[in-house]
Design a protein around this ligand. Sequence first.
Ligand code: SF4
Ligand code: SF4
Length: 70
Amino acid sequence: MAKNWYPIIDYSKCNGCLTCANFCPHGVYAVEDGKPVVVNPLECVEFCRGCQKLCDYGAITYSAEVRIHG
Ligand code: SF4
Ligand code: SF4
């Protein structure tokens, strides 16, 4: 994947409020089992942080920021 900007959900922090999924106007998220799932990462707008700003639980980071642990 050439693009490297899309949200990654930390499910240990996410409480399933779905604010992010309901907000994003680009169809990046779907909802599965009551949790947001990133299904269309290529639709995410580069450097947009709209959903992250609305997440009160600090559960959203972006692919470009994530370090792989281990
Ligand atoms: S806004 Fe945050 S807590 Fe709410 S569903 Fe999205 S990631 Fe989870
Ligand atoms: S960063 Fe913006 S475009 Fe990307 S999923 Fe969140 S609200 Fe949608």
